[in-house]
Design a protein around this ligand. Structure first.
Ligand code: GLN
Length: 471
């Protein structure tokens, strides 16, 4: 029995019945990682000894007792490296504390195992911006797994992880999940604490699960959500059991299809596959309603002002003094900053810092940053209006399936457009999930995105589960 191929739900059953031990899961994962991660490169690092120690004392009565979970390498886990796939942190930084999600995972009995590859500081949508290694898509090694949580998604798809955590600022959980054929969930903004997540764009970032099943995603969300006084943006919201409504079906639910998301920019094979999934939901009792989200076309431009602006401020802490590797030889303090940052950051991160600094600079902040904030409100209002008539919204996750490596290397703008379907959820702060619904003719996975109102994860998960069960 190779335990690495099983879901959390299946493993928990075996663990509770004492048919297997947590140690056996770690052993099977180690075997799978040793055999396959050379091809996939999903892991930046791992520490099986530490995981085994935790496994030996795992409390199986807890909801995630004995379950190893891979962690994106921008989420602090005490005693482990946290590189953010950047040379500015590589080989030097060890987390002195646990992010709140890690504290919560451990409290639920889970075992953090492995640090997952990502685009440097989560900036990108291919994982090729990692300064450490390039992750390959398990469905076709010549292709990208998507990004920025490409390692988190690829490992789950390759069965070298049971489930993982990713972070999503503009699509970084959902888009790689779609490209790898797994579940990826971005919670409502404020649902999950960002304390201990290395900040990219603080008003957009959320941590969420990558998993094999919708129920597994719900189980992880149960464990990591909830108010945290260490994160001022964390909400004092009810934290229901997200698995409770999964089997309730979707009879009578109204699901909206926004015309702006089903444009000719979407690969027709994707549209075709999504239509099959939509029919399945219809047959399961949902009412399909055509809707409009009129400001959709401005989402990418708005995001690429706001996200770099916040990043330029957040990344100022990596100066070679407070945080980050220090350049060797320096004549003076300014050169020390300059050299440390020039040597430590990759080109996409530099581009974002320059863009963001410009957008915030005196005289231009009104023109760019403030304007972007206003458009952000319009985008959020679009959703508020739509959710007065529908319970959830269905869209593609990405305009194409997994791209070949290096496709848009010379054209960042083209790569930015890969996020057209995912960014609005971050700008609006609403939850969204990617569910695999089929494959294209090259056998590459296709996902559908389900969006729900703020704090409407339960309806979103219910819809996702119904779809998964009927596919
Ligand atoms: N691809 C987007 C970007 O490059 C989103 C990244 C993310 O969600 N972290 O910014």
């Amino acid at each position: 029995m190779s335990l690495n191929t099983k879901s959390i739900t299946e493993l928990r059953k075996l663990l509770v019945n004492r048919e297997i031990t947590p140690l056996e899961i770690i052993n099977d994962l180690e075997q799978a990682i040793t055999a396959n991660d050379r091809k996939i490169n999903a892991y930046i690092s791992y520490d099986f000894d530490q995981a085994r120690k935790a496994a030996a004392s795992a409390d199986l009565s807890l909801p995630l007792g004995g379950i190893p979970i891979g962690i994106k390498d921008n989420i602090n886990t005490i005693g482990q490296p946290c590189t953010c796939a950047s040379q500015i942190l590589a080989d030097s930084y060890t987390s002195p504390y646990d992010a709140t999600v890690i504290t919560k995972l451990k409290a639920a009995g889970a075992i953090p195992l492995g640090r997952m590859n990502m685009d440097e500081f989560a900036m990108g949508s291919t994982t090729a911006n990692s300064s450490i290694k390039i992750t390959n898509n398990p469905h076709d090694l010549s292709r990208s797994p998507g990004g920025s949580s490409g390692g988190s998604a690829a490992a789950v798809a390759a069965h070298t992880a049971i489930a993982t955590l990713g972070s999503d600022t503009g699509g970084s959980i959902r888009q790689p999940a779609s490209h790898c054929g797994i579940i990826g969930l971005k919670p409502s903004y404020g649902r999950v604490s960002r304390y201990g997540l290395v900040a990219f764009a603080s008003s957009l970032d959320q941590i969420g699960p990558c998993s094999k099943t919708v129920k597994d995603a719900a189980l992880i969300l149960n464990a990591i959500c909830g108010h945290d006084e260490m994160d001022a943006t964390s909400l004092r919201a009810e934290t229901p059991d997200f698995t409770a409504n999964l089997t309730n079906g979707i009879k009578g639910l109204k699901l909206g299809l926004p015309k702006e998301y089903f444009s000719d920019q979407i690969d027709p094979n994707i549209t075709k596959t999504l239509n099959v999934a939509i029919d399945i939901l219809k047959n399961a009792g949902a009412e399909i309603v055509n809707i409009s989200l009129p400001h959709t076309q401005y989402a990418v431009a708005t995001y690429y002002i706001i996200a770099p602006a916040e990043a330029s401020s957040n990344l100022s802490r990596f100066d070679g003094i407070r945080y980050g590797n220090r350049a060797k030889q320096n004549s003076n303090l300014i050169n020390l900053y300059k050299d440390s940052r020039s040597q430590g950051f990759g080109s996409e991160v530099k581009r974002r810092i320059i863009l963001g600094t410009y957008a915030l600079s005196s005289g231009y902040d009104h023109k760019y940053y403030e304007k972007a904030q206003k458009v952000r409100t319009l985008i959020r209002n679009d959703f508020t209006t739509a959710f007065q008539t529908v319970d959830a919204i269905l869209t593609p996750v990405a305009p194409t399936t997994a791209p070949k490596h290096g496709l848009n290397t010379d054209n960042p703008l083209k790569e930015y457009l890969a996020d057209t379907c995912t960014i609005a959820a971050n700008l609006a702060g609403i939850p969204a999930i990617s569910v695999p619904v089929g494959k294209d003719e090259s056998n590459l996975p296709i996902g559908i995105q389900i969006l729900a109102p703020h704090l409407g994860e339960d309806i979103m998960l219910q819809t996702a589960h119904t779809l998964e069960q009927n596919l």
